[in-house]
Write a protein of this length. Structure first.
Lengths: 62, 62
């Protein structure tokens, strides 16, 4: 599977938001994250950066 | 490998920008895309949406 882990970057810290993320789609004024099991999390942030071979999605607050 | 293909969405069309993308990082007022072979492409767009199990990165013009 080619999922990745989503991290919220704040300053020089990265906090794990959700593991094994499949989909990230716009939702209201933030994002809806969905993992490969269909579990969902909503976060007020935007996608900043990707490193897919490292399985990393970096999010940032708007 | 867990790369994905990057598409630029304009209206209801999606144009393939770069295949086998590993990294997407902010660059000037757009994004720098890098594929798994280290080939790079710069595009004035932002990341809109991800569907990683489908190997899809959707970009949009700012």
């Amino acid at each position: 599977m080619c999922e990745a882990n989503a991290y919220l970057r704040e300053g020089d810290k990265e906090e794990l938001v959700l593991e094994m993320v499949d989909k990230v789609v716009p939702y209201e004024d933030g994002l809806l994250l969905e993992d490969i099991y269909g579990r969902r999390k909503i976060i007020k942030a935007k996608i900043k950066e990707l490193a897919l071979v490292d399985h990393k999605i970096i999010l940032e607050r708007d």
